[in-house]
Design a protein around this ligand. Structure first.
Ligand code: SF4
Length: 351
């Protein structure tokens, strides 16, 4: 059997399985292209259960493309607070503005046009085109790569872009149109999430592909997908300051480039500073320190870097350019702080 024949044979049982087994989710059941888009962006890097409340809140605040294009930045960030990877939210707004300016306020339906929008790559374009518009476009993410590499006992490295492109091309040859395009996209995703699980042994006895799957026949499920060793994450030590002055706390805005671009944060510096180094640094900033104490360590893992943070709670006077002094109530209501600072934000709220 060729790969194409196996794919063609695999589609009907998968659609049948998905029709019977699909999980009811808020973005399923005739969603608008806008709803598919928002859900797919939120689901990148975030679990389904965690996304659901954000999805409802986001749609209540920004019900359509026009509302999103006109979103005030701080409100947008507040709605995204806790989901992480904030560039996703910034790109949503930029893309919404492009849809208003270039596509007359209507989400485009072709994968090519969708890919021209900020933050929309091949996967998301395929998901919107197939789920919302019934176009024969695959949406290949890590789940789909894993499932198909097992189906075909495909020995290519799934971390390589050429493998992904090859899988997309093969799927495009056999993709159905209309309702079945949507069912196939979602069915592949759900098979990967619920049955053909990563790392642990896949639940082959529940799989609609038991008869077709090459690795299941060979008993080599654990050897697929093939993946070259990952690069180690960079470890970065940081010292975080909770600067307190007359009932207020200092925040500052990050630059518009790089990690957490444009987000508010507690002032922090590179390195794990000692008490005396903290005092030296803050004095050089023009602040007068009246008392300070360590306030705990925290760790946050980004995709390519890990922050290992040491916090200091400091009572001080004076000011420095770029610092914004706000009350804990204002932080809770109006400022979206990245999840990386969650442990320190909690301390501010509790005090
Ligand atoms: Fe995955 Fe097993 Fe199904 Fe093959 S039979 S696709 S390994 S769950």
């Amino acid at each position: 059997m060729t790969e194409e024949q196996r794919l063609l044979a695999a589609i009907p049982p998968l659609l049948e399985w998905f029709r019977q087994e699909r999980k009811p989710l808020p973005w399923r059941g005739n969603p608008t292209p806008y709803q598919v888009w928002i859900s797919e962006i939120m689901l990148q890097q975030t679990r389904i259960e965690a996304v659901i409340p954000y999805y409802f809140r986001f749609l209540a605040t920004f019900p359509d493309v026009a509302a999103l294009a006109a979103a005030p930045d701080d409100l947008l960030m507040k709605c995204w607070e806790g989901l992480g990877y904030y560039s996703r939210a910034r790109n949503l707004k930029k893309a919404a503005q492009t849809v208003m300016d270039t596509f007359g306020g209507v989400m485009p339906s072709s994968a090519e046009d969708l890919r021209s929008l900020p933050g929309i790559g091949a996967y998301t374009a395929g998901a919107i085109a197939s789920i919302a518009y019934g176009r024969p476009e695959p949406a290949v993410d890590g789940n789909v790569l894993r499932v198909l590499s097992r189906l075909h006992a495909d020995g290519r490295d799934v971390m390589k872009a050429s493998t992904r492109t090859g899988v997309e091309d093969a799927l495009r040859q056999v993709y159905p149109r209309g309702e079945e395009a949507a069912l196939l996209t979602e069915g592949l995703m759900e098979l990967g999430e619920r049955v053909c699980l990563p790392n642990t042994m896949p639940l082959c006895d529940r799989c609609p592909w038991q008869e077709l799957c090459l690795v299941h026949k060979q008993g080599t499920e654990q050897q697929y997908p093939v993946r070259a060793a990952k690069k180690e994450r960079r470890r970065e030590e940081r010292t975080v300051f909770l600067l307190r002055k007359q009932g207020t706390i200092a925040l500052r805005k990050r630059t518009n480039e790089g990690l957490l671009a444009g987000m508010w944060e507690f002032p922090n510096v590179e390195g794990a500073l000692s008490l005396s180094q903290v005092k030296e640094t803050l004095t050089a900033w023009g602040l007068t320190v009246s008392s300070m104490e360590p306030c705990g360590k925290a760790k946050h893992v980004f995709s390519h870097v890990e922050w290992h943070m040491t916090g200091f709670s400091v009572t001080c006077d004076g000011d420095r350019d770029g610092l914004c002094w706000v009350t804990p109530a204002e932080i809770a209501a109006d400022f979206a702080l990245p999840t990386a600072f969650k442990a320190y934000k909690k301390q501010v709220e509790q005090r």
